[in-house]
Design a protein around this ligand. Sequence first.
Ligand code: FMN
Length: 212
Amino acid sequence: MKELKNLRVDYSGDLIDIKKLKNNPIKQFEIWFKNAKKENIIEPNAMILSTISKNNLLNSRTVLLKNITDKGLVFFTNYESIKANDIMHNNNVSVVFLWKKIERQVIIKGKAVKITKRDSKKYFDSRPEKSKIAAWASKQSKELHNSSDLLKRFKNFENKFKNKLIPYPDFWGGYIIHPNSIEFWQGRSSRMHDRILYEKEKNKWNINRLYP
Ligand SMILES: Cc1cc2nc3c(=O)[nH]c(=O)nc-3n(C[C@H](O)[C@H](O)[C@H](O)COP(=O)(O)O)c2cc1C
């Protein structure tokens, strides 16, 4: 496509002031996340999660960040999905946040671990009713032979749980990503972008600037 080679945007951000950065990158991420939210970015918590399959192939998809704790980043999914199978074989994952409006990207690499059933249930119980039913209805990542089958399953579970508390499905829950590196990227003019990389060494975070 001819017009693609001329499709470019010049960014305008400032250099990141290393002196002002938090020692802990999760705290720094919280600051950038709050900023993205303040700028009314749609779903600033959408992140591209990459996992490694049993055959060492990569799989990437979007998931939503649902909690940030001192220990890491939490997302929820079906424990029988492709991503869950990948994590079972190899729990090294990476997530990428792209906040185009503020010319920022954050890349987090780490190990994904299932959160407790209690915490998964707590979040499940807080979800809207239809989302809970959808979790029951979806055999996530399995082949759906006929799209009407999904609707049938949704209606069946809707009837089954009518006027009842929707139970927590054991096959669904959260993962926490314990980071071992976090990179903050700020777009700048003339492709002179700024990159700050935090890397965990034992229990200490090293902070370095990278060439763009
Ligand atoms: C904006 C957006 C948010 C999404 N959030 C989630 C999520 O939080 N959890 C989830 O399991 N899938 C989510 N999905 C769907 C996933 O991208 C993916 O299709 C699904 O989880 C199956 O992935 P898998 O087959 O690789 O396991 C989201 C998709 C989009 C586009």
